[in-house]
Design a protein around this ligand. Structure first.
Ligand code: ADP
Ligand code: MG
Length: 256
C-alpha cells in the first residue's frame, strides 16, 4: 500500500477504530521543535519528547498563543517539524515527502474541528463519504462504511438530513463520523465542543469517551476543564513548552 501499512482495504474492513496492537506507540516526537520563519522568527514549540500510545485519551490545554495549534498542525502532519523527528505508527513522517505525508494523513488521522466544516448542501452520509479514501472500494461498500460510522455516533437515522436540519451537537457527530470512517489510528480534535452549549458538550464528551472505550486513540485540544478532565492524560502547554501532570513515566511529555 502507498501508506506503507501493508494492509489491503479489505483487511481493514471491520477493523475497530484504533487498529493495531493496544499499547503500541501511535505518535512519537523526539526533540521536535517548531519555529515560524518570520521575520522575526517565533519559536512556537520548544524541543519536545512525547509518546502517545494506542488507546490513550490525551487532553492538551493551554492559553491562547501557547502553541496548541502549532502542536496540532505537527501531530496532524499539516506542518513539518523544523527540528527533531516525528513518527506515526512507527513511520518516520517528519521529513517524508508531501505525497507520503498526505497518504498517512488521509489513512491514519481523523480530524474534528470546532466549526464542524460540513458541506452545507450534502447530507450527513454524503459528508461522511467525502472523507473516504478507498477509491478502489465499490460505492456500495463505502456507503455501508459511512452508515456504520454514523451509527457509531448515534446518528444513523439522520443519515439523509442536511446539516441545516441538524443541531450543533448532531453536526459535530457527523463530523466525528467523517473523521472515523477511514478507521484512523488517531482521532485529533481541536476544540471539539467550542461551539456547543453545556448540555451538548456533556453529550459530545460522553461520545468521545465511548469511542475511547471502543479502542480509539484520542488527542483533544480544549479550553474546557470538564472536557479535559475526562481524558486519561493531561498535558498543558505554555510558551511552547509541554508539561504533564502527573508525569507519564520517561516516555511521556517532557521538555528536552
Ligand atoms: P494557540 O493555538 O495555543 O493559540 P499558536 O500555536 O497558534 O497558539 O501560536 C503559538 C505562537 O506562535 C504564538 O506566539 C503565535 O503568535 C505564533 N505564531 C502562530 N502562527 C504564526 C505564524 N504563521 N507566523 C509567526 N508566528 C506565528
Ligand atoms: Mg490555536
Amino acid at each position: 500500500m502507498a501508506d506503507g501499512s501493508g494492509e489491503t482495504p479489505a483487511s481493514r474492513a471491520g477493523t475497530p477504530v484504533g487498529r493495531g496492537p493496544a499499547g503500541a506507540p501511535v505518535i512519537r516526537l523526539s526533540s521536535v521543535a517548531y519555529t515560524y520563519r518570520g521575520p522575526p522568527p517565533v519559536r512556537a514549540l520548544k524541543p519536545t519528547n512525547l509518546v502517545i500510545y494506542r488507546g490513550e485519551h490525551v487532553a492538551i490545554t493551554g492559553p491562547s498563543g501557547s502553541g496548541k495549534s502549532t502542536l496540532l498542525n505537527l501531530l496532524g502532519l499539516l506542518d513539518k517539524p523544523t527540528d527533531g523527528t516525528l513518527e506515526i505508527d512507527g513511520i518516520d513522517v517528519g521529513a517524508a515527502p508531501e505525497r507520503e505525508r498526505a497518504a498517512v494523513r488521509a489513512h491514519r488521522i481523523g480530524f474534528v474541528f470546532q466549526s464542524f466544516h460540513l458541506l452545507p448542501y450534502r447530507t450527513s452520509i454524503e459528508n461522511v463519504m467525502l472523507a473516504q479514501v478507498y477509491a478502489d472500494e465499490p460505492r456500495r461498500r463505502r456507503r455501508a462504511a459511512a452508515m456504520a460510522a454514523l451509527a457509531q455516533v448515534g446518528l444513523a437515522e439522520r443519515a439523509h438530513a442536511l446539516p441545516t436540519a441538524l443541531s450543533g451537537g448532531e453536526r459535530q457527530r457527523v463530523a466525528i463520523a467523517r473523521a472515523l470512517v477511514n478507521r484512523p489510528s488517531l482521532l485529533m480534535c481541536d476544540e471539539p465542543t467550542g461551539n456547543l452549549d453545556t448540555a451538548t458538550t456533556q453529550e459530545l464528551t460522553d461520545l468521545l469517551e465511548s469511542l475511547h472505550r471502543d479502542g480509539a486513540t484520542l488527542v483533544v485540544i480544549t479550553h474546557n476543564p470538564m472536557v479535559a478532565g475526562r481524558a486519561q492524560r493531561q498535558i498543558a502547554i505554555r510558551d511552547g513548552q509541554l508539561t504533564e501532570h502527573p508525569p507519564h513515566g520517561d516516555t511521556g511529555a517532557f521538555p528536552d
